[in-house]
Design a protein around this ligand. Structure first.
Ligand code: ADP
Ligand code: ZN
Length: 596
């Protein structure tokens, strides 16, 4: 078996070695043992059940919540010569009977089903007639209310272990904090499962967080610098996806928007165009992304702060799946925080659930405002601990300068007390900066002793400092009272006992140094540009005719490697990462002819 799995990796998928815990996970599954695989997005979860399916007799059932994802996986498997199919609400009678007959003949290796379909009617009984060798449960965090994407239809999956006690189950997820990890095992009834937690660090993604002032200007400038590189702008509301896309279009960027309010035809079109590199930027709600598997997304921007670290990390994980350098930029503002808090408070969920959600939101806010290594913040959230910095986040690359913030803190705190703890943080900043807006004069706030004491400090800087004061516990924001700023037991220590208040300087945005973090294995100087463009047109035309995403035929990275190494025969072609036996057979001659 051990030999088989390496052979399958090379000859079917065209990859040279396993990544992360792939090999241990596959061996565990082949030993008929249950396991939970926690791997970051792009880590290579699919191979953990696809290779066992390929080397074993019988049929592997893959449970997945998203039709688009299932379709793409099946298309990709067909490309490498593996018989797979999917059954969901969009599959007609004729197609499903041909799938069932493949199952009968033992031809089918993998069957992808939605959880609803799997648990409906007597589908499980029906499966009892077949030799099922493995159940793979993708996006397994959906089974836990502690996770960030609970789906009630997942709960029923517990019956799998009861109905098929001998068939191993592999649960997979890219997003589960330590509480959720344990709950997944419990909810699925996997008592003896082994847990594999791969490192969540994505070394090729450099992360950055900026306070959300003039976001649009910043985004336009950012996209310009990206010169055609593909990226996603995640927004909280449908309306902002449309308005950001329109503003980018006005600057000549090939941009469009995507949200759940559009019909599926329009959404599919956007997705295909993005996948085939016909569209550079998609401005989207988080509805976009789970179903896309595009390896060359170079950047992800969060126009608004997401509601938790799990979601944030999933979304930025869509960048740089090919392993080449990629970037993630997060914008955040107090307004974002309040909006999200409102969603939670006004939602239907019970009190317990709201508490979990609020705690997760608070961690997200701390992350956005962190002055230390951001990657370590995330690792620690997912149960991994490390002291040294990552070297690929803004705080590591450009450590904020810390200064003695006592003077500023005293200005702000006396403003809080003198206003009678009766104003919001933005009004406090207006008072400190000496604004004569009507709300201030009407309320007589211009008569306070602190009025205008901080007028030399720009508004954005104040906002940055006050956030840090809140995070240090010397000011408190009272959600129950219109988010007014209030004192805490530490306030007096600052004012009267000279408690230290270290503050990180406001960094500004432009000076962030660009540092290439991970070198691509392909030397771009070696790439023959003409050949690359011929390869791309050939590949894109082929993808169009087969109606599959271009990367399913061959990803850009493979084309670049070909255009750099210019293989002249079959065995050299097999050296290209991503070319296995089937792709060699199908496309080898055409590629060699293009190289000429
Ligand atoms: P995820 O963990 O997000 O589900 P995928 O299974 O989609 O990740 O894998 C991400 C990409 O990495 C895919 O293009 C896949 O073919 C590729 N990949 C997976 N395992 C390996 C490997 N051992 N070597 C090279 N590429 C791999
Ligand atoms: Zn770091």
């Amino acid at each position: 078996m051990k030999k088989d799995i390496h052979a399958a990796l090379e000859s079917v998928f065209g990859y040279k070695s396993f990544r992360l815990d792939q090999e241990q996970i596959i061996n565990r599954v082949l030993d008929q043992q249950d396991c939970l695989a926690i791997m970051p997005t792009g880590g290579g979860k699919s191979l953990c059940y696809q290779i066992p399916a390929i080397v074993s007799d019988g049929l592997t059932i893959v449970v997945s919540p998203l039709i688009a994802l299932m379709n793409d996986q099946v298309a990709a498997l067909h490309q490498v010569g593996v018989k797979a199919a999917t059954i969901h609400s969009g599959i007609g009678q004729a197609e499903s009977s041909s799938i069932f007959s493949d199952m009968k003949n033992g031809k089918l290796k993998l069957l992808y089903v939605s959880p609803e379909r799997l648990m409906s009617g007597d589908f499980l009984n029906f499966l009892g007639n077949y030799n099922i060798n493995l159940f793979a449960i993708d996006e397994a965090h959906c089974v836990s209310v502690w996770g960030n994407d609970f789906r009630p239809e997942y709960i029923k999956l517990k019956a799998l272990k009861q109905s098929f006690p001998r068939v191993p189950v592999i649960a997979l997820t890219a997003t589960a904090d330590s509480t959720t990890q344990k709950d997944i095992l419990k909810q699925l009834g996997l008592d003896d499962a082994k847990m594999f937690l791969s490192s969540f660090e994505r070394k090729n993604i450099s992360v950055e967080s900026r306070s959300g002032l003039k976001r649009i200007d910043q985004i336009i400038q950012y996209v310009k610098q990206e010169r055609g590189n593909a990226g996603i702008v995640y927004c909280l509301s449908r309306k902002s996806t449309e308005s950001v896309a329109t503003k980018l279009q006005a600057k000549g960027v090939k941009a469009s928007y995507y949200h759940a309010g559009m019909n599926s035809e329009d959404r599919n079109l956007i997705q295909r165009n993005f996948q085939n590199d016909d569209l550079q930027v998609v401005c989207a709600t988080i509805a976009f992304g789970m179903g896309i598997d595009k390896p060359n997304i170079r950047w992800v921007i969060h126009y608004n702060m997401p509601k938790n670290i799990e979601g944030y990390y999933q979304e930025i994980g869509r960048a740089g799946r090919d392993g080449d350098p990629a970037k993630a930029l997060l914008f955040y503002s107090w307004g974002d925080y309040l909006n999200l808090k409102k969603f939670i408070d006004e939602g239907e969920a019970d009190r317990h659930f709201k508490k979990v959600q609020t705690a997760k939101l608070e961690r997200m806010w701390e992350y956005a405002n962190a002055v230390n290594c951001r990657t370590n913040f995330v690792l620690n959230y997912f149960g991994e601990y490390r002291a040294e910095g990552c070297g690929h986040c803004d705080n590591c690359l450009n450590p904020p300068k810390i200064f003695d913030g006592r003077t500023y803190a005293k200005m702000a705190l006396s403003g809080v007390l003198r206003s009678g703890e009766n104003i919001s943080s933005s009004l406090l900043i207006d008072v400190l900066r000496g604004s004569f807006k009507s709300e201030i004069t009407n309320r007589g706030l211009d008569k306070l002793k602190t009025f205008g004491v901080g007028r030399d400090i720009p508004q954005a800087h104040w906002s940055h400092y006050i956030t840090q004061m809140v995070n240090q516990g010397i000011i408190r924001i009272d959600f129950a009272d219109y988010s007014k700023v209030k004192s805490t037991p530490l306030t007096k220590k600052v004012l009267f006992e000279d408690l230290e208040v270290p503050l990180a300087e406001f960094a500004g945005y432009k000076k962030a140094k660009e540092k290439k973090v991970v070198k691509s294995t392909i030397n771009l100087a070696d790439v023959d540009k003409d050949l690359l463009s011929r390869l791309k047109s050939w590949r894109n035309a082929l993808a169009k005719s087969k109606n599959v995403p271009a990367y399913v035929i061959l990803p850009n990275k493979a084309l670049e490697q070909i255009a750099a190494e210019m293989p002249t025969n079959d065995s050299q072609l097999l050296e290209i990462s991503g070319i296995g036996q089937k792709k060699l057979e199908n496309y080898g001659d055409e590629i060699l002819a293009l190289i000429g």
